[in-house]
Design a protein around this ligand. Structure first.
Ligand code: 13P
Length: 252
């Protein structure tokens, strides 16, 4: 990984996994990282109903807490939804927005994602904005065009390096065991950095761009060493503390 540039972030997205039985994993992670000096921030994003429980497990550690989704409104008649202030109150410092599973399963458009990121910023939360192409789009040579469009549509006007993280997650790499080649990862990340330059000006240099999609202990070092890769958004391999640690270790 690059010696300069932003401090890396390794975030675990538990998705819809993990009830109370899962609390043993962050407990283990806290113990395993206790005396480890890291060059990266570490975060876990559990399901909303156990955020407070996980927060108390993380107490006294440097591991941060994130939400997986948020509503864009401050409050109101939005049954089943959660506001950014509520997530903040539960102990979150960041929220994942625009994950491809939200875009696909819940019809979230770039505009919705942008409004959600704005809500995060209003509440003082970091928005982790996800973008990424489908397999069809990659095969059609549209990866750079699609990611450019998603970025332009999803990034709010007030985005800074401090309040925004971009996660590049090729849809076809999520949960499949497939990953782009290192050259492909480097190409897309360089493209994202350059597009951010146009959208955010000088803030782009220090904005973290994470790679996500089938990151595991065996491929993390190679993926994380690519230029403009400033950490990982990890799904399946974040569910077991030992696996997640195997990825975090890249930054020891
Ligand atoms: P996997 O690591 O399970 O492929 O999931 C990636 C992801 O979607 C993280 O948000």
């Amino acid at each position: 990984m690059a010696a300069d540039g932003p401090r890396a972030l390794v975030a675990g997205n538990w998705k819809m996994n993990g009830g109370l039985a899962m609390l043993k994993e962050p407990r283990l992670l806290v113990a395993m990282l206790k005396d480890v000096k890291l060059r990266a921030d570490v975060m876990v994003c559990p399901p909303a109903v156990i955020l407070r429980r996980v927060k108390s497990v993380l107490k006294g550690s440097k591991i941060k807490l994130g939400g997986q989704d948020v509503h864009w409104a401050v409050s109101g008649a939005h049954t089943g939804d959660i506001s950014a202030d509520m997530l903040k109150e539960a102990g979150c410092s960041a929220v994942i927005v625009g994950h491809s599973e939200r875009r696909t399963n819940h019809g979230e458009t770039d505009e919705i994602v942008r409004k959600k990121a704005e809500a995060c910023h209003r509440a003082g939360l970091i928005a982790i904005i996800c973008i990424g192409e489908t397999l069809e789009e990659r095969k059609a040579g549209r990866t750079l065009g699609v990611t450019k469009q998603q970025l332009a549509g999803s990034l709010p006007a007030g985005a800074t390096a401090a309040n925004t993280v971009i996660a590049y997650e090729p849809v076809w790499a999520i949960g499949t065991g497939l990953t782009p080649s290192t050259a492909e990862v480097a190409e897309v990340h360089a493209h994202i950095r350059s597009e951010l330059g146009g959208l955010m000006g000088s803030e782009a240099v220090q904005t973290r761009i994470l790679y996500g999609g089938s990151v595991k202990p065996s491929n993390a070092a190679e993926l994380m060493s690519q230029p403009n890769v400033n950490g990982a958004l990890v799904g399946g391999a974040s569910l077991k503390a030992a696996d997640f640690l195997g990825i975090i270790k890249v930054y020891t």
